[in-house]
Design a protein around this ligand. Structure first.
Ligand code: HEM
Length: 141
């Protein structure tokens, strides 16, 4: 087994979060569906986004308070975001967590991600005049 694969984290250290963020967004950028949405929103330097995401996961997993932002407002401005993309986002996130983390830690991250995804989906796509959950892909407009 090579060194990178054997580095399995069992708590949400800075290092663990940094690896997660790097690996996850590498997969996102390579993904046929999600890649173009992200590339459109972040055409240049990914450094600031990766730093924001490290702060975000640090705040979520350790209550460090390092992330100060408004994910609903930010995603509301993401051109091309669709409800159906969330399952794909979560699947990539889950695969990354499983690869890098001990099972118990992977489950903790996934549970947080799933809850946040649900609240983003509701905030962006729920309308009182149509059924929820919605099965078919729709756009944010
Ligand atoms: C369909 C699924 C998703 C898509 C396409 C998506 C796309 C994006 C994009 C393009 C940005 C960068 C926006 C910019 O800087 O202009 C962003 C930022 C962000 N995303 Fe997502 N996202 C998705 C789901 C999620 C989920 C499930 C979470 C959390 C579990 C999340 C957390 C964040 C956070 C914290 C930011 C930074 C917000 C800020 O700048 O303060 N995203 N997302």
């Amino acid at each position: 087994m090579d060194a990178a694969k054997s580095a399995v984290f069992d708590h949400p250290s800075e290092n663990a979060i940094a690896r997660l963020v790097d690996e996850f967004y590498a997969r996102i950028r390579a993904d046929a569906v999600l890649g173009p949405v992200f590339t459109r929103a972040i055409p240049g330097d990914w450094g600031p986004h990766l730093a924001t995401m490290r702060n975000f996961w640090s705040s979520v997993m350790t209550a460090s308070g390092r992330y100060k932002g408004n994910p609903v407002a930010v995603h509301g401005r993401v051109d091309g975001i669709e409800l159906a993309m969330f399952d794909r986002w979560l699947a990539l996130f889950e695969a990354t967590c499983r690869e890098l983390f001990e099972p118990a830690l992977a489950v903790e991250f996934q549970a947080k991600a799933a809850r946040i995804a649900e609240s983003l989906k509701l905030a962006l796509f729920y309308r009182p005049d149509r059924p929820w959950p919605i099965e078919s892909p729709i756009d944010a407009s």
